[in-house]
Design a protein around this ligand. Structure first.
Ligand SMILES: Cc1cc2nc3c(=O)[nH]c(=O)nc-3n(C[C@H](O)[C@H](O)[C@H](O)COP(=O)(O)OP(=O)(O)OC[C@H]3O[C@@H](n4cnc5c(N)ncnc54)[C@H](O)[C@@H]3O)c2cc1C
Length: 279
């Protein structure tokens, strides 16, 4: 109601794990926050035949402990387990991670690769947007001042999919990503299908690499496919030098991760000897 009455005056305060750091350092960009932690409508994981719907306040700990998420969306669980330490995982929320809009955040690549959709709700109604269209520029997004992010929806599939998630940081734990990569695909006689590639820390936004996906779709995995995909990826991502890494390092690691993903998919396909491949 406050968001509706004075659009732009009030901002949501969820787990506070991003906001408290800004408050402590005197860099909080806003003065008025409304605590949404106790809104039960924003909690819970709902399962239907075709999709899994998570409340925006779902914490990293809740993600990791959910059986269906562990089985069908392992990259999201891995991202959750590699986010901060236990205290952050108990308090930090998926909704906060998305709206904080850091290009280096760890759950967005997994959500992009799983083709997530977001429910944005105001007092006048709700709308769904595909997540890959939500981030429009550095810390800019398709979210109106009177709207809350309320739900995150993940489509389920009965196809056996290869999942590949890597967070590359300075340390194994408690590190901010230099590069983060999440990918899904399956390989059949007709070539690659359900290819989705998403990176963190290589652009001003968490990036779904749709052009690189296009070069892969319907192809078998051989050297010319790999070379074309790498060339397209180098055009599609725009990493920068910053305090954590360099443009060159990020470019090199991104292409290495893409190659490793494709080779691991091919290998598991050969090992299973079947038309469809699982991780
Ligand atoms: C020590 C430490 C380690 C961390 N490690 C990692 C890490 O490894 N990987 C990583 O990705 N992040 C990391 N983070 C960042 C942070 O924990 C996550 O981004 C977390 O998911 C934020 O969620 P929150 O609920 O705490 O958001 P908050 O701090 O409450 O809010 C963040 C932003 O989102 C907005 N917001 C929150 N919920 C909503 C909603 N439902 N609708 C609309 N707007 C909303 C708020 O207004 C604010 O602008 C770390 C933070 C700390 C302090």
């Amino acid at each position: 109601m406050l968001l509706q009455r004075d659009p732009g005056k009030w901002k949501p305060f969820a787990g506070g794990t991003d906001l408290m750091v800004l408050l402590e350092s005197g860099k909080l960009p806003h003065h008025n926050y409304v605590d949404i932690w106790n809104l039960s409508e924003l909690r819970g994981v709902n399962i239907s035949d075709s999709q899994v719907t998570l409340g925006a306040l779902t914490t990293y700990t809740e993600v990791q402990s959910h059986d269906v998420l562990r089985r069908e969306f392992p990259m999201l669980c891995q991202a959750a387990s590699e986010t901060g330490g236990l205290a952050i995982q108990n308090r930090g929320t998926l909704g906060g991670n998305i709206v904080n809009a850091s290009p280096a955040a760890d759950s967005p690549p997994a959500l992009l690769a799983y083709n997530a959709e977001l429910e944005l709700r105001s007092q006048t109604g709700a709308r769904w947007v595909p997540y890959y269209m939500f981030h429009t520029g550095y810390k800019e997004m398709d979210l109106r001042p009177n709207e809350l992010l309320t739900k995150i929806r993940l489509p389920r599939t009965d196809q056996e999919i290869h999942h590949y998630y890597r967070k590359v940081g300075t340390r194994k734990a408690q590190a901010i990503s230099k590069v983060c990569f999440a990918a899904t695909a399956r390989l059949s006689r007709n070539g690659l299908a359900d290819v989705r590639l998403a990176f963190g820390s290589v652009a001003p936004i968490p990036l779904r690499c749709v052009k690189t996906e296009d070069t892969l779709r319907g192809r078998q995995i051989d050297q010319s496919t790999i070379d074309e995909a790498i060339a397209e990826l180098r055009r599609e991502i725009k990493p920068i030098d910053d305090i954590r890494s360099t443009q060159n390092y990020r470019l090199r690691v991104s292409q290495n991760l893409l190659v490793d993903f494709l080779l691991s998919l091919k290998q598991s396909s050969t090992a299973s000897g079947s038309e469809l491949v699982t991780s």
